[in-house]
Design a protein around this ligand. Structure first.
Ligand code: FAD
Length: 495
C-alpha cells in the first residue's frame, strides 16, 4: 500500500522533511507516494486568512499538483467544509486506500498541535502510523535553552545559541531529498487520483479581477517562483541588505515572506542558501548583509519557539501579562481612519494604503503603523493584529503576533513602552525624499521637499493638502505621546 503525505503549510516538493520521509519509506517498501491536500473554508474563516493568501495558496497548490505529477505522484484534493471533519476525512482516506503510513509536517499553534496529537491516536486505532515531522523552523522548537534550562524570552542570546546550534548540527540545514518518481504502473493503477482539480476561492474570500491582476503580478506563487526570488535576492541584493533594508521605497528586501508563510519556501532553504552565499560559508562572519538577513529569518524561528513554550499568546493575551490592564481608547472613527490610510500622518497613510493594495507591507512600515495604532491612537493592538492578518498575503500568526507585541511593547522582547516612534521623524529618516509617500498618497504628490512628511506644519504644503482633501492629523502628536506614557504607566502599576 502507498505512503501518504498530507500537505498543509508546506506546499513544495523540494526540501520538505515530511514528504521526503514519506518517499524514503515508500521506496524501501517498493510502493508509491500519494499527496493529499484538504481545503477547509471554515478553517480559513477561523484563522482570518486574507483572500490574497487563500488565492496564493490555491495557485501554489495547482503548481504543486503539476510538480508532483511529473514524478507520477498524485495530489488528491478535496474540500472539507467543516474544519472539525478534516482529520476524520484524512483517516478515512488513509483507510480507503489501505495506507499504513501517513506523514506531515508539524504546525505549532495549540489547535493544530492538539489535532496532530489526536491524529496519532486515531490513526493508531486503525493500525496506521502517523508521523508528523519538524520542518517549519531551521532549529526545532524546544532545543535551545538558557543556562537555567528555560526557553529564552530575549532574542539576542537566543540568536547566538541558534547560530552555534546550527553550526554543531549542520545536518539540520541539509536539503531534504526530493522524492523519486513513483514506481512504474502507479499512475495507471491510480488514475482517478490524478484527476483532482483545485477548487475556486470560496465566495467569502473572493477577489476582483483587478485585485487578481495586481496580486498575481506582484506575488507569483509556487516553489519555482520562491526559489527564483531567493536566488535573485542572494545574487543581487543581499550584499546591501543591512544598509538598505529599512527604506521602503528601495525594494531591497527578499520579499519571500508569502512563500515562507505558505511553505512554498522552507526557512531551512533560505538559511542554507544564505550561508552558502556567504564568503565564510558559515552563518556568521563574512558578509554583513548575509548575516543580517539570516538574523531576520531567525526571528521567524524565534517567534515560533516562543509560541510553543507560551501557547497562551495564541489566546488573545499579551506575552507580558502585566500589560493586560492597559486602558485602551474606544474610537471606531480612529480605527477606520487608520485602516483606510486617512490619519493625516503621511507615512502611516502611505503604508496602510500599500497594504490595502498589495496585501504586503514593508517591515519598517509595519513597525511604524503598529506603533501608531497602539501608542498614538492608543487602540488595542489586537485590533491591528487582526486587521493585518485579514489583509496580508504573508499573514502568519507567530510573526504577526510577535511583530505586534514588539511594536506595542506588550510582547516578547519588545520595544520599551516609553519608546514611542515619532512618525514624522521615522518618515524623514526612512523615506527621505518622500518617494514612498508620493507613490501611495497622490493628494500630496505636488508637495515639495521635506514638508511632505508633515504637510499641515507648512503653509504652502497645507494648502496643497487641503485642496486635495488630505486629512489633518487625527491626533495631536505631543498629546498622544503623553497620553500613551501615562496610560502604560498606570496600566502596569495596576498589576
Ligand atoms: P526580509 O527582510 O527579506 O526577511 C526575510 C524573511 O525573514 C522574511 O520573509 C520573513 O520570513 C522573516 N522575517 C523577517 N523579519 C521578520 C520578523 N520581524 N519577524 C518574523 N519573521 C521575520 N512577517 C510575516 O511573515 N507574517 C506576518 O504576518 C508578519 N506580521 C508582522 C506584523 C508586524 C507588526 C511587524 C512589525 C512585523 C511582521 N512581520 C510578519 C515580519 C516582517 O515585517 C516580514 O516578515 C517582512 O516584512 C517580510 O518581507 P521580506 O520577505 O522582504 O523580508
Amino acid at each position: 500500500s502507498a505512503v501518504l503525505h498530507w500537505f498543509k503549510r508546506d506546499l513544495r516538493v523540494r526540501d520538505n522533511t515530511g514528504l521526503s520521509k514519506a518517499a524514503e519509506l515508500a521506496k524501501e517498501k517498493g510502493v508509491g507516494v500519494i499527496g493529499v491536500w484538504l481545503m477547509s473554508p471554515q478553517d480559513w474563516e477561523a484563522h482570518l486568512v486574507s483572500p490574497a493568501k487563500c488565492d496564493f495558496e490555491l495557485r501554489s497548490v495547482e503548481l504543486l499538483r503539476q510538480e508532483l505529477s511529473e514524478l507520477d505522484i498524485p495530489l488528491y484534493i478535496e474540500t472539507v467544509t467543516e474544519r472539525k471533519n478534516v482529520e476524520r476525512r484524512l483517516v478515512q482516506l488513509a483507510s480507503e486506500w489501505h495506507v499504513k503510513n501517513v506523514f506531515c509536517n508539524l504546525e505549532y499553534e495549540p489547535d493544530e498541535l492538539r489535532r496532530e496529537e489526536r491524529l496519532v491516536r486515531n490513526m493508531l486505532e486503525g493500525g496506521i502510523n502517523f508521523s508528523p515531522q519538524h520542518d517549519d523552523c531551521a532549529v526545532p522548537p524546544g532545543v535551545l535553552k538558557t543556562g537555567g534550562g528555560k526557553q529564552y524570552a530575549v532574542y539576542s542570546p537566543w540568536f547566538r545559541q541558534w547560530i552555534s546550534y546550527l553550526h554543531s548540527h549542520p545536518h539540520l540545514l541539509d536539503e531534504r531529498p526530493i522524492p523519486a518518481t513513483n514506481p512504474a504502473g502507479f499512475r495507471e493503477k491510480h488514475r482517478h487520483l490524478f484527476d483532482a482539480k483545485v477548487p475556486e476561492l470560496p465566495e467569502s474570500k473572493s477577489l476582483t479581477d483587478e485585485e487578481k491582476t495586481t496580486l498575481h503580478a506582484l506575488w507569483p506563487a509556487g516553489e519555482a517562483a520562491a526559489l527564483d526570488r531567493l536566488e535573485h535576492f542572494l545574487a543581487e541584493k543581499v550584499g546591501d541588505y543591512t544598509a538598505t533594508r529599512n527604506f521602503p521605497s528601495l525594494n531591497s528586501t527578499g520579499r519571500v515572506s508569502a512563500h515562507h508563510a505558505a511553505g512554498t519556501l522552507a526557512a531551512r532553504t533560505s538559511v542554507r542558501s544564505a550561508r552558502d552565499a556567504n564568503s565564510t560559508k558559515k552563518l556568521d562572519g563574512g558578509k554583513e548583509g548575509v548575516r543580517g538577513w539570516i538574523s531576520e529569518v531567525a526571528w521567524r524561528d524565534f517567534y515560533r519557539h516562543v509560541l510553543v513554550h507560551w501557547p497562551y499568546i495564541c489566546m488573545n493575551k499579551p506575552f507580558k501579562y502585566e500589560y493586560t490592564n492597559i486602558e485602551w481608547e474606544y474610537n471606531d472613527a480612529h480605527f477606520r481612519a487608520w485602516t483606510k490610510g486617512r490619519t493625516g500622518y503621511p507615512i502611516v497613510d502611505a503604508a496602510m494604503r500599500s497594504l490595502n493594495h498589495t496585501a504586503y507591507m514593508h517591515n519598517r512600515l509595519r513597525m511604524i503603523t503598529a506603533s501608531f495604532l497602539a501608542k498614538h491612537l492608543l487602540l488595542d493592538w489586537r485590533l491591528g493584529e487582526q486587521y493585518f492578518i485579514t489583509n496580508l498575503i504573508d499573514g502568519d500568526f507567530a510573526s504577526n503576533n510577535g511583530g505586534w507585541g514588539f511594536s506595542s511593547s506588550t510582547g516578547v522582547d519588545p520595544q520599551p513602552y516609553f519608546r514611542i516612534f515619532n512618525p514624522w521623524l521615522q518618515s524623514e529618516r526612512f523615506d527621505l525624499e518622500g518617494t514612498f509617500i508620493r507613490t501611495w498618497v497622490p493628494e500630496l504628490k505636488d508637495v515639495v521637499g521635506k514638508a511632505i512628511h508633515n504637510p499641515y506644519a507648512d503653509k504652502v504644503a497645507s494648502g496643497v493638502a487641503q485642496k486635495n482633501g488630505y486629512p489633518r492629523p487625527i491626533v495631536e502628536h505631543k498629546m498622544a505621546r503623553e497620553r500613551c506614557l501615562e496610560r502604560f504607566k498606570a496600566g502596569i502599576g495596576r498589576e
